[in-house]
Design a protein around this ligand. Sequence first.
Ligand code: ATP
Length: 300
Amino acid sequence: MEMVLETKSLNKVYGRKKVVDDVNLNIEKGSIYGLIGKNGAGKTTIMRMIAGLAFPTGGDIRLFENDNINSGRKKIGCVIENPAFYGNMTGYQNLLYYNKMMGVKDNSNIEELIRLVGLDPYDKKKTKHYSLGMKQRLAIAVSLVGNPEFLILDEPINGLDPTGIKEIRDIILKLKNEKNITILISSHILGELEKIATHYGMINNGKLIQEFSADKLDTLCRRYVEIKVDNTQEAANILASELNIEGIEVIDNEIIVPQGVYEESLLNKTLALKNIYASTITIKGQDLEDYFVEISGGVK
Ligand code: ATP
């Protein structure tokens, strides 16, 4: 497995407070890594240290399996804190400026970048008149100047409405799937994170309390599928034999299927092909937010 980021005992002390405490993060190439934590847990500080915007008090940061951190940082793009735009310039003009700053001589990337984030390259609107969602999208376009392989996004959907959130989500998925960019993202909206993240790191009081893949989340959240049917035993036997599922339980008029790779639609189709029709198929158990609250011991 190729690693994009590994931190070893990463620490940051402000005054007398250890705000990042011996954090060992491991981010694989091609992943969308969701960093989760309460306000003040230390997420932004971790991201700033990785991007080179803050000095670690101790510990190591290794990028792209290379000990030369400066060469690694050249392959990082980030949106941390409010991006600085020139309000009297258009999005296109701002990108021209950032191209120049980054030493990109060929400006033919600008149109593609602006379109990639769903904005219009020929829009004459000055950025001071942009909505929050447009600003966030332009900030992502700016972070892509220089073709980064690793993108760090701190709370990119904060304050956006549901449409804006979906737009950013689609951009993130596009960057991963079409450009193979690895993404580290923090968000308070765990339900949203759950739709895109492939891995998670949970931070509490500066400590990394858990790191796990999205596949493992089902087990950690003790998820299962509950199917209501009339002929429960027959339906359970069919699922067990047709889909090779182990551990199915029958309780009254319900079947309990441990959740794994079985999509509800596949369970439904398998039963329907044998003329058994479920009245409901529901996923039960915790979601990411419930799980986080449980293991971090209290309110978010
Ligand atoms: P939020 O989601 O609220 O931004 P966070 O998890 O990103 O939270 P950080 O911003 O990393 O948390 O802050 C972690 C702790 O470090 C907080 O207690 C914060 O007050 C403190 N802190 C951050 N930056 C500084 C600084 N420059 N000087 C002193 N303390 C700081």
